[in-house]
Design a protein around this ligand. Structure first.
Ligand code: IPE
Ligand code: IPE
Ligand code: MG
Length: 244
């Protein structure tokens, strides 16, 4: 198969790319600039990544922007990241909307305070009809916290007599997750060279391909997205079956 057709057929079956955007701090340290600058440039990389997902017709893109554990960082760093989110919502949301992007938030965005939470809700409402690309932003997200939420929901249903314990199967659990209407990620990418999931999409990652890129997130370019598509095209997914 030629490189070009490989890219095209891969893009067709690639429905969901999920990215752990890591390395903003090290990018900044390597340049002797404040970490806030690394996060700002990380925001620019997000825009390049969204453009690339649109170009490759990938319908779902999940970006891990802030983990439930990232609250342990300094107040200054958290407030820099919060301001950055405000900035992007204010200045870039209309562009996203015009491009047919639907924005959705997973995680616990309420923890960022009522002002940002309201803005995020407004962004979700504004873009709810868009179908070209669903951009899931994982904010104050933790895979274990998501599973705790799902289990609580199911336990409440059992308590209320709406569900029997022996009716709980994989579909029922999936239906109680924040990503209930989103296909599982086909590939999970992490930048910065670290090789761990850091509490990202623990349930949904069961059969995801994993790709670790040796670049810091602010350096992410269009060609890196092409590399993700190519890498995915070369993988043979088996789902436990004997390959033909
Ligand atoms: C990822 O970059 C962004 C967030 C976690 C918010 P880091 O800030 O973790 O960058 P490193 O890992 O320190 O280089
Ligand atoms: C994971 O990165 C979370 C995000 C990229 C938002 P971290 O930098 O927080 O992960 P660890 O601490 O290196 O595992
Ligand atoms: Mg990191």
């Amino acid at each position: 198969m030629s490189d070009a057709s490989e890219g095209v057929s891969a893009a067709r079956s690639l429905r969901h790319v999920a990215i752990i955007m890591d390395g903003n701090g090290r990018w900044a340290r390597a340049r002797g600039v404040p970490v806030a600058k690394g996060h700002y440039e990380g925001g620019e990389a997000v825009q390049r990544c969204v453009e690339a997902a649109l170009k490759h017709d990938v319908p779902y893109l999940t970006l891990y922007a802030f983990s439930s554990e990232n609250w342990q960082r300094s107040k200054d760093e958290v407030s820099d990241l919060t301001s950055l989110l405000h900035f992007y919502l204010r200045h870039k949301l209309d562009d996203l909307h015009r491009q047919g992007v639907r924005l959705r938030v997973i995680g616990d965005p309420q923890r960022f305070g009522p002002a940002l939470h309201r803005e995020l809700q407004r962004a979700e409402e504004l873009t709810v009809e868009n179908t070209r690309l669903t951009l899931l932003l994982a904010l104050s997200y933790g895979g274990r916290a998501e599973l705790v939420g799902a289990m609580k929901l199911l336990a409440q249903k059992v308590e209320a007599g709406l569900l029997k314990a022996n009716e709980i199967d994989e579909d029922v659990i999936e239906g109680a997750l924040q990503t209930h209407d989103v296909p599982d990620p086909d590939i999970i990418v992490r930048t910065s060279g670290e090789r761990r999931l850091s509490n990202f999409l623990l349930w949904q990652s069961a059969y995801a391909e994993l790709l670790f890129l040796e670049i810091f997130w602010p350096d992410f370019q269009d060609k890196d997205f092409t590399e993700i598509v190519r890498h995915y095209a070369r993988r043979q997914r088996r789902f436990g079956r004997r390959p033909e």
